[in-house]
Ligand binder design. Structure first.
Ligand SMILES: Nc1ncnc2c1ncn2[C@@H]1O[C@H](COP(=O)(O)OP(=O)(O)O)[C@@H](O)[C@H]1O
Ligand SMILES: Cc1ncc(COP(=O)(O)O)c(N)n1
Length: 269
């Protein structure tokens, strides 16, 4: 039989507004020419103005989605996004241990841009102890890196320290994202690789409110590239170039923190 087309999996929550969560993952993976599959963990009633409500799904149907995928598809890379609470984090970890869906990108989603919690506070410990040790790469933003490490992050040295702590927790590779930094000109992310190499990825900071779904888009792009067989550094660099393009080539949708342009053309490709 001929080899299967590259397939990737997003394990996440739904954003009814279409800009973040599962929907951002699907759009990104599709744009990167990889076949996207999903395990839905929670449903949010959400738009660009905020999260109005959410409901986590029963673990039985989460188990069944994993089993259905394993029985048929050939998934080569996967990612996690919103996992809601400690019970679901544990449940997803059990399933990721049961099946081989390739390298795992952990986007430790905690709080939506508008401030709504997407992960119960007591689940942070479960993420640290159970999920991060499975991660091929973990991609926290600054508030998430602070919550996971207990550090206060105010400068480049703090971001590097957070990266080292997250690697010590068991993540092979770490990308500490600086989207929430105060720097008005540059968006800088710190990358620490499994082989000990580290570097900064910097792009111009675009003056826009349309940054809903940036973290999901970056981590989904990394996942898609890993599904195609890219090495981790190439996947990370492509992810940064793609998310920058989706912000730079913005579209106007909604009345709050608008979504990204997932059709954006990445110039260096
Ligand atoms: N205004 C911006 N201009 C350019 N890049 C940005 C901007 N905001 C975020 N980014 C980039 O988007 C990616 C996601 O970062 P961040 O916003 O920190 O994540 P999250 O969505 O998880 O909060 C990072 O590569 C970050 O540097
Ligand atoms: C269902 C869901 N998952 C994740 C996010 C994070 O979005 P952002 O990337 O803007 O932090 C979100 N707002 N909703």
């Amino acid at each position: 039989m001929t080899s299967q087309f590259p397939q990737a999996l997003s394990i996440a929550g739904s954003d009814s507004g279409g800009g973040a969560g599962m929907q951002a993952d699907l759009k990104t993976i599709q744009e990167r020419h990889v076949f996207a599959t999903t395990v839905l963990v929670a449903i949010t009633a959400q738009n660009t103005l905020g999260v109005q409500d959410f409901m986590a799904l029963p673990t039985k149907i989460i188990d069944e989605q994993f089993a259905s995928l394993d029985a048929d598809l050939a998934i080569k890379a996967c990612k996690t996004g919103m996992l809601a609470d400690s019970i679901r984090v544990h449940n997803v970890v059990e399933n990721l241990t049961r099946y081989d869906f390739g390298p795992l990108t952990v986007d430790p989603v905690m709080i939506a841009k508008g401030g709504a919690p997407l992960l119960a506070e007591d689940a942070i410990d479960t993420v640290k102890k159970e999920l991060i040790p499975l991660a091929t790469i973990v991609t926290p933003n600054l508030p998430e890196a602070e919550a996971l490490t207990g550090l206060t992050i105010e400068n480049d040295a703090d971001m590097q320290r957070a990266g080292q702590q997250l690697q010590a927790m068991g993540a092979k590779n770490v990308m500490v994202k600086g989207g929430h930094e105060a720097d008005p000109t540059t968006a800088s992310d710190f990358v620490l690789l499994e082989n000990g190499r580290s570097f900064w990825l910097r792009s111009p900071r675009f003056d826009t409110h349309n940054t809903h779904g940036t973290g999901d888009t970056l981590s989904a792009c990394i996942t898609a590239e890993l599904a195609k067989g890219s090495d981790i550094e190439t996947a990370i660099r492509t992810g940064k170039a793609y998310v920058s393009a989706t912000i730079a080539q913005g579209i106007k949708v909604g009345h709050g923190h608008g979504p990204l342009n997932h059709w954006a053309v990445v110039s260096e490709e």
